[in-house]
Design a protein around this ligand. Structure first.
Ligand code: CA
Ligand code: CA
Length: 342
């Protein structure tokens, strides 16, 4: 309900005694008291099952119901629409009709009627949108609801699109630890105009899965940097992939190279490689003989006796996150950090 309309309604009704028939005493001559009282009458007479809805852009519909607590005039309606800014959800139906008569029985006014709200997905990295689902009674048609406007339902549609990008400077396996890698990502993110970002890599304090492809679900994540059910893009808008509910993606769904700006065919430099420390099934890579993680001692070592797993930017299969291992002092190939917007 629009605040101004609510205030006007409260002021209008503050001088009236007709609604006092619903109470044992007439209203005191107090506008604020009446404003609150009218609001309570609305809430008890027009019964809306939810006060708020929140969606991800790409998610199934949700519903709320509307019912009346007293018989209205026949043919009464409440219209429903999404307001405030560009609509990011659709509502159906656009109006609810309430018929008088005994209920349950010939009238339907006491039976909750369902409104379905479907969020609108887009493929744009944009902001979350806060809006309202506005319910309006047709003026004067809902006696004894005249002058009472139903409460709005707040609506939040959360963006589910983010970006992936690489750092510019090639590095050996000493990335300054996980925090240093994240810091490098944030520095590059600042140049690209992207917000807080983190490095897509595995370490003792960061992992995607403890079992192959997170068979146990997202609870296997630890400080993981991809989000579940998000779509990721390059900074130029090229769609790369969509994560699943475990915040990873099944190979075969990688639509584009992580970066794609460097290739063998161009005569060099070589395709980007990324320090990742992962296996192709998203478990942290470990030497199966020594059980030593392939993560350059949590990305603090530039020593040639340590190793780190790397992914290859030119691949669209599992080699995109684990092609082989490199000695941590290696910079012969261009080896970068792959970053994900948070
Ligand atoms: Ca989206
Ligand atoms: Ca979006």
């Amino acid at each position: 309900m629009k605040l101004i309309q609510k205030i006007i309604t409260g002021i209008f009704l503050s001088g009236m005694t007709m609604l006092s028939t619903d109470c044992s005493k007439p209203f005191p001559d107090d506008g604020l008291f009446n404003l609150l009282l009218i609001s309570n009458i609305v809430n008890t007479r027009i019964i809306i099952s939810k006060t708020s809805l929140s969606f991800r852009e790409y998610s199934p519909p949700d519903t709320f119901t509307v019912a009346l607590s007293a018989e209205p005039r026949p043919g009464s309606t409440i219209t429903i629409s999404v307001t405030s800014g560009s609509p990011r959800a659709n509502v159906s139906p656009a109006a609810l009709s309430f018929t008088g008569g005994s209920c349950p029985g010939t009238g339907n006014w006491c039976t909750p009627q369902t409104v379905t709200v479907t969020p609108v997905n887009n493929d744009v990295v944009d902001d979350d949108v806060n809006s309202f689902i506005t319910l309006e009674n047709v003026w004067g048609s809902l006696t004894p609801y005249d002058g009472l406007n139903p409460a709005d339902v707040s609506l939040t549609v959360l963006n589910d699109d983010k970006r992936i990008f690489r750092t510019i400077a090639s590095s050996n396996g000493n990335l300054g630890g996980v925090s240093g890698a994240d810091s490098s990502c944030n520095t590059r993110a600042g140049v690209l105009g992207i917000g807080s970002s983190k490095a897509i890599l595995a370490a003792s304090t960061r992992r995607a899965c403890t079992t192959a492809n997170c068979s146990g679900g997202i609870s296997e994540n630890l400080d993981w940097v991809l989000k579940p059910n998000f779509t990721y893009y390059r900074p130029d808008g090229t769609r790369i992939m969509t994560t699943n509910s475990s915040a990873i993606f099944p190979f075969g769904t990688l639509l584009a190279q992580w970066d794609g700006t460097l290739s063998y065919d161009s005569g060099g430099p070589f395709p980007a490689w990324y320090w990742m420390g992962l296996k192709t099934d998203w478990i942290n890579a470990v030497d199966e003989i020594t059980f030593k993680p392939f993560n350059c001692q949590d990305w603090t070592s530039s020593n040639g006796v340590d190793n780190g797993g790397y992914g290859d930017d030119s691949k669209l299969d599992g080699r995109a996150i684990f092609t082989f291992i490199l000695e941590c002092n290696r910079v012969l190939w261009d080896t970068y950090i792959l970053c994900a917007e948070q």
